[in-house]
Design a protein. Sequence first.
Length: 751
Amino acid sequence: MHNVLNKRFTQAYLAVLVLLGLVLRVWFMSASDLDPRFSGSDDGDYYQRALRLVTTGEYVDNSWLIRPPGHVFFFAAMLRVALALGDPALGITLIRAVQVLLALLLILVGYDMARRLFSRTTGLIFATILAVWLPLVELPMQVLSEPLFFSMLVLSCWALVRWRDQRAWYWLVAAGATLGCAALARSPALYAAVFGLLFILWETLRPASSPPASPPPASPPPASPSPASSSPASPPPASPRLRLLASPPLRVIIRSALLFLLPMALLVGPWTLRNYALYGEMILIDNTGPVNLWLSLQDERIDGGKSVLAGMDQVERHHFVSADTRRILSEEPWRLTRNAWPHFTHIWKLQFVEDFCVKVSFFGRPLREILPLGIVSDLIWLSFSLSSVFMLFSYPREGGFRLIALGWIAYSCLTVMLIHVEPRYLLPVWFFLALYGAATLGALLHWFAQRRHAAAAAHAAARGYLRSPWGLVGMLGCVVLVWLIVSYRDYPQIIGQAWQREQARAAGVRAHAAGDAPAAIAAYQRMREFAPNFVDGRSELALIYLELGDHERAWEAVGERHTHQSDVVRGAIARAQGQNALAAGYFETAEILAAEDVQQLALGWLPTAPVQTLRLGDGLDLGYIQGFSFGERTASAGSDATPSYRWLQAQGRVVLPLAAPLREGAAVRLRLAGPGHDPTPLTITIGELRATIAVAGGIWRNYQIAIPGHLVGSEQLEMSLAAPTFIPFQRDPTSTDARALSVRLSHVAVE
């Protein structure tokens, strides 16, 4: 009966965790505006090349690097489905939906893996971490190019554990196939296959009659096994001599290794052959690692050595990087250690505290909205990181999986020490620390439960553990880790400064909303005293000065540090001063590379000057529009030509602040052109008026619509536009354009 209740509780708890994980991820997506279509980073590059693959059937490497192809193929598959459904923008939603489903699957997989390695309690703790820990909650939204690698890595580890327990050949095949998929997403997974081979060797040499050993059910280890553990009681571990005497024939080891390696070779091999055919070099997957390593070894210079590589083609660059790296390692090997210690200490920072309190910008992330979850997540990180060392430095009763865990932790730490630290590179470290931290916490919970029934035995076990070499090593490791964490930052000081910064900013926001500009400026000035380099706050202050027409103070407030959002503010200041070329440069660059919808940001954020006529596509229209594609210009010089325009997507808005209130009989004039030859119905909504016009295809014409009388006296005109879309490359075989477009709009004027 007890086992039945435990099973039902476990099933109910896991169901709640999956639901909670789904809610948290959907909530984070609703709070975040990040979008890879507007990103200049890795996920933006993968998306654009996937789009090209879908529209042309041509796979083209990045001009800077030969990148792993896994993300491009995955993105392209989702985009193909979206295009079949008639909405290319749906591709991003499909990509994220698959990644969220993978994240929810990992909750269940993580439970089963931890349960098999340690205990049911450990599995529940580990599943909870996978469900609610912020870096995993935001992963499908924050870094679109990382969840595929992480999910395949976890599934590969789980398949190896299942093979350990069942000895079914197909689990080895699954482990190799998923690790191969992980390698096509991030090539370090390919070289980490050695950890899997060591695990297979360890577990194959285990006598067939011995079940997998379970870890001690408590830490300190009690005398009896944990009642919560689902693993069978294990005999004393066999000595190495007995293991070798009872080891299976060599052919069994070779067969197991081949079952693991062949699926990887079948997945990676065709891509390696493609690289060799294209570049004449044995590039297994990509050259990202060699290029990054070479850049990290360079002497300090403005661009870190990128200018040296900029003029080379891929083959020449690969040859140069490989040869020069070998030269540096033979002549100046000390360069490898130049940044090793600073990078190593950077691994052990409090991630959310670092992002919220130290960085100069939130970079479009909704950190204020997720503040409670961020604080809880840092506490979770502290708990599993500090507790993990006790299980990692104990006797490996969970078997050869310790080799995989320690191998990935060391491998990932070494990678970031040699190159640079990014949170996504630390996912394997965090994953295995979370697993072993959950094992320690689960054992500790059992020790407390046992203490209630057998206090003397529990205390004796605790004393025995603390006096053992394993306990001493674990405590020493914990002390070292505590020192690394607390010595990296003066956390009380930076948290206090961030709190004061946020208090001052909140006061400024309230004063600005109330129309009290002097009070708002004073509050933002106090904010600058606590955080002089915080670009986001400086940008908000610059916008207040811009509203007041004080352009000089606006420039001073925004400062010299650049983010995409601060560049939008710079564009607004330059536009207000009549520096149109400078403004267009800031706006157009930000719109392409800001990793979010800048039209939406600008429409709700920027103060805009009154206009009677708005020209679209000239780089100066941000703050007035939403729902349009990037600006375009035409080189034609005929009388029917228009200098610039934007394509309306499915739906859009135009908001015009007016210099004078609307008068009776006013009308709005739109200069439009439809695609192709057939007219396109365009529905226009102005106030309570809803009208549909037929936009002629292929030629520019002016269309006039009377403004309804109930808007007379208004000082702003807001207009919504909607039209059926088409996808250019589906109409024209020579086109590579996969945008969903409707009509072109070049001018809007109130007359």
